[in-house]
Ligand binder design. Structure first.
Ligand code: AMP
Ligand code: MG
Length: 421
C-alpha cells in the first residue's frame, strides 16, 4: 500500500551527507499543495490598478449602457413611418427644427413633418424613432430632403443594448483584461474587490553569493536565482514582500523564516545533503517539512513545508533546479493563493522529437529543448547548473515518471518559455 505524505513517508530525516532515503512523486506533492492552497481574502483597488487582478466577487451593473437611446450615425432623426416611399425620384422634404449633439440633446419634440440634425452618440429626441444617414439627405435652407426611406428603429442604439442594469457583467475569479477594466468604467465602477496578492519572501542562501555591483571575490558567484524568482513571482501574480541574501547559517535562516509578513517563503540553496545545507533542519524545527526529496530531475533536493499557514519552499541552488522547482510547485501555490488557475501559464505546442530524449522510469524529467519549426532537439549542455540551457531553449518537455524517455519521431507537447509565439 502506498503511504501518503502525511504518514511522514518523505518527512524530515536529516539527510546531510547521507542522501535521500525516499522521494515523493511530483503528483503527491501537487496533491499535497492543492489541498493546502486556499484563495486569499480580498481587498478593494481602484480601477486604475485593477488590470491583471482577479475579481473576488461578481460585478453587477447598476446602470444601462448606453443609458439612453442614441444615434448610431451622423444624419437626421425623424419619424420613420413618414419616410415610406422616399427615393431619388421621390424626395421627401421635412422641416429642420434643430439638432442633437453628443452631450447636448435636442430639448423639443420631433412632430409630424419635422426632422433634426443628429450626430453619432447624441440622444434620440422624443417623437423621433429612426435616423437617416447624412449621405441620403440634402439640406435646403430650413428644410431637409430625404432620398431614402428609413423604417422605425433604424440606426438607433437602444438603451441597455450593451449592458442592462442588473446584469452580471463579470464573474468572480475573472482575471481582468484591459477591456474588462473599460467595461467596468462604462457602468460607473470606480473600484473593485479583488483577491489579495500573495506576499512572497525570497531568501537566497549561500556563503558564495554576491550581488551584481558588489566587489566580487574570486571564489564568489553572482546570485542569479533571486532575479529569476522575482520575475516568476510577478508573472504569477505574487507580490515580493522582501528579498535577502543570507549566509549558510542556521540562526540567520531561522530568523528570516520566522519573521512575520509573508504568505509564502522561497529559500534558494542549501536544500540538499551538503554539510552546509541547513534549511531543511531549520524548517523542520521552526515549522514542519513533510516533503523533502522529489522524484524528478532536476530539482530532486526540493523541500516543501510550512510554518503555521506560511508555505515554505526549499528550492535547490542550482539555477535550473531552482527555476524548475519553482515552476512545478511554488508557482502553483502562488497562483492558487492569488485566485488564479493552478495550471502552468505557458503556451503549448505539439512537436516531433528529433534526437532521443533520455529519462529514467520512476522520475519526472524537465528537458530543455530547441524548436525548429515542428521538431525539437534537446539542449546538449543541460546540467542543472547551466542556466543558459534555459535561455538557449525555446521551451521544455516533461517526460512523465512512467517513461524512460521519448524516441525520435514521437509527437510531444512543448511548453514555450515565451508568452507569445
Ligand atoms: P546548493 O543548493 O546550495 O547546494 O547550491 C548548488 C549550486 O548552486 C552551487 O554551485 C551554488 O553555488 C549554486 N547556487 C546556489 N545559490 C545560487 C544563486 N542564488 N544563484 C546562482 N547559483 C547559486
Ligand atoms: Mg549552498
Amino acid at each position: 500500500m502506498q503511504r501518503t505524505l502525511d504518514d511522514g513517508c518523505c518527512g524530515f530525516d536529516d539527510v546531510r551527507m547521507r542522501g535521500f532515503r525516499e522521494r515523493a512523486t511530483v503528483g503527491q506533492v501537487c496533491e499535497w499543495l492543492d489541498a493546502r492552497c486556499r484563495t486569499l481574502g480580498s481587498e478593494v483597488v481602484s480601477l486604475a490598478s485593477a488590470f491583471g487582478r482577479v475579481l473576488a466577487s461578481p460585478v453587477i451593473a447598476s446602470l444601462d449602457v448606453p443609458p439612453f437611446d442614441r444615434s448610431a450615425m451622423d444624419g437626421f432623426a425623424m419619424r420613420g413611418a413618414e419616410t415610406t416611399g422616399a427615393g431619388d425620384y421621390n424626395p421627401l422634404a421635412l422641416r429642420l427644427i434643430g439638432q442633437s449633439l453628443p452631450g447636448r440633446p435636442f430639448a423639443g419634440e420631433v412632430v409630424v413633418g419635422t426632422a433634426i440634425r443628429i450626430m453619432t452618440g447624441a440622444p434620440i429626441p422624443s417623437g423621433a424613432d429612426a435616423v437617416l444617414p447624412a449621405e441620403f439627405a440634402r439640406e435646403v435652407g430650413e428644410r431637409v430632403e430625404f432620398t431614402a426611406a428609413m423604417a422605425p428603429g433604424r440606426n438607433i442604439g437602444r438603451r441597455g443594448e450593451d449592458v442592462a442594469a442588473g446584469q452580471t457583467v463579470l464573474e468572480s475569479g475573472r482575471r481582468l483584461r484591459p477591456q474588462d477594466v473599460g467595461l467596468l468604467a462604462s457602468i460607473g465602477v470606480q473600484s473593485v474587490s479583488v483577491v489579495k496578492r500573495p506576499r512572497v519572501r525570497v531568501l537566497a542562501t549561500g556563503d558564495e553569493l554576491a550581488v551584481p555591483g558588489d566587489d566580487r571575490k574570486p571564489f564568489q558567484i553572482f546570485d542569479s536565482n533571486s532575479p529569476t524568482l522575482h520575475a516568476l513571482i510577478e508573472r504569477d501574480g505574487g507580490e515580493l514582500e522582501s528579498s535577502r541574501l543570507l549566509i549558510d547559517d542556521r540562526a540567520a535562516i531561522a530568523a528570516a523564516l520566522t519573521e512575520p509578513g509573508a504568505d509564502i517563503i522561497l529559500v534558494s540553496g542549501g536544500s540538499s545533503v551538503g554539510a552546509e545545507d541547513h534549511a531543511p533542519a531549520v524548517l523542520s524545527e521552526v515549522g514542519a517539512l513533510p516533503i523533502h526529496g522529489v522524484a524528478m530531475r532536476p530539482s530532486s533536493p526540493t523541500g516543501i513545508g510550512h510554518i503555521g499557514d506560511v508555505l515554505v519552499f526549499l528550492l535547490p541552488g542550482n539555477p535550473v533546479s531552482c527555476l524548475c522547482a519553482y515552476d512545478f510547485f511554488a508557482g502553483r501555490a502562488i497562483r492558487q493563493l492569488g485566485g488564479r488557475l493552478s495550471d502552468w501559464p505557458y503556451l503549448r505546442q505539439r512537436a516531433i522529437v528529433g534526437s532521443k530524449i533520455v529519462s529514467a522510469v520512476g522520475r519526472v524529467d524537465y528537458c530543455r529543448v530547441r524548436l525548429e519549426s515542428d521538431r525539437i532537439e534537446p539542449i546538449s549542455t543541460s546540467g542543472a547548473s547551466i542556466l543558459s540551457s534555459t535561455t538557449r531553449a525555446a521551451g521544455f518537455v516533461i517526460v512523465p515518471a512512467e517513461l524512460e524517455g521519448y524516441a525520435p519521431g514521437t509527437e510531444v507537447e512543448v511548453f514555450l518559455y515565451d508568452p507569445l509565439p
